[in-house]
Design a protein around this ligand. Structure first.
Ligand SMILES: Nc1nc2c(ncn2[C@@H]2O[C@H](COP(=O)(O)OP(=O)(O)O)[C@@H](O)[C@H]2O)c(=O)[nH]1
Ligand SMILES: [Mg+2]
Length: 196
């Protein structure tokens, strides 16, 4: 987080984390498509089939708080494939809030668990405990016929009872509920730490 009191501007980093193909990029694409252009910049998506070493999507969102402070949200996604762990660590660095996008398909159960474990470990390495960082969980792909129950998914990955939302990102469902929740959590933390 970077606060520029002269410009009355707060820069915040939000990271969409989760296993490969859970729908992280889809979330950003929906936000980009539906959000008033007044509040967002250009969406940058990097094709993971390319030859680059660092992969992420990026979307800037800007809101103005009562009192005139501007909050600029720098929203990133990480690549979920196992072999991109180094990229995930880099993108996660300095995050002020995390959205964990889990895949509801039973075949992805172990991947959800594994990458949540990795998230917790990486945060610990960076000196952050899971209960100190704003975290929202999204259970995506609720439309698939054999979706896992929310009880099972909560037991698997939602150890701290964080706020969670069901979503069908490809149908634009649950995307803004999730975004709204993480934005509010981050702002709440921000304003309790630095009264504006
Ligand atoms: N059935 C279903 N497919 C989805 C949903 N959300 C995303 N997808 C599809 O899942 C695939 C991977 O999505 P993507 O956003 O690229 O995943 P990422 O790797 O987490 O960025 C794409 O084909 C999406 O269209 C959903 O809610 N339901
Ligand atoms: Mg992606």
């Amino acid at each position: 987080m970077f606060i520029d009191t002269k410009k009355k501007e707060i820069n915040v980093k939000i990271v969409y984390y989760g296993p490969a193909l859970s729908g992280k990029t889809t979330n950003l694409k929906v936000i980009y498509a539906k959000l008033n252009p007044k509040f967002r910049g250009d969406l940058v998506t990097v094709d993971t089939k390319g030859e680059r070493t660092l992969y992420f999507d990026f979307l800037p969102i800007e809101i103005t708080l009562a009192g005139g402070f501007k909050v600029k949200f720098h929203v990133y996604t990480v690549p979920g494939q196992v072999f991109y762990k180094a990229s995930r660590k880099l993108v996660l660095k300095g995050a002020d809030g995390i959205v964990f996008v889990a895949d509801s398909s039973p075949e992805r159960r172990e991947s959800n668990i594994q990458i949540m474990q990795e998230l917790i470990e990486t945060l610990e390495e960076q000196g952050i405990s899971l209960n100190s960082i704003p975290l929202v969980i999204q259970y995506n792909k609720r439309d698939i016929p054999n979706a896992m129950s929310i009880d099972i998914m909560n037991a698997d990955i939602n150890h701290l009872n964080n706020p969670y939302f069901e979503a069908i990102a490809s149908q634009e469902k649950g995307v803004f509920e999730t975004l709204d929740a993480i934005v509010k959590l981050v702002i709440k933390k921000l304003t309790t730490k630095t009264p504006v």
